[in-house]
Design a protein around this ligand. Sequence first.
Ligand code: CMP
Length: 136
Amino acid sequence: ATEETLVLVKPDGVARGLTGAILARIEAKGYALVDIRLVEPERATLEQHYAEHEGKPFYEPLLEFMLSGPSVAIRLAGNRVIEGFRSLAGTTDPTTAAPGTIRGDFGRDWGLAVQQNLVHGSDSPESAARELAIWF
Ligand code: CMP
């Protein structure tokens, strides 16, 4: 069914000048950009977004990383776009994400406490609704 998802080009993707390359893949796949904005999030926004990770060892490094520069937030639409974008993104760890995916082609381990993995995509319709309300 037609649905929406939240995609973020995270600060590493924006800082490395990969926003255009990432958007090109999303557009080439055929998904529709409904809304897009450059965001410098407040810490409270990130605490909401990453609530499920509170208490994990990478939580603080993750928030610091996400505060290190702007992200591009995208409201993306299409049939099965949630699983479709996650397939484009590849698995969480960029070192082993499949070549051909955004993380597999552009990401690597930089030896930091947080995995800088370029993009975020909502993992379910419930997450998408929750996250879109936080970022838009
Ligand atoms: P994302 O899936 O957008 O949301 C949680 C983020 O935490 C994830 O991307 C990574 O950036 C980061 N992350 C997840 N697991 C780990 C881990 N084991 N170590 C460090 N960072 C992680």
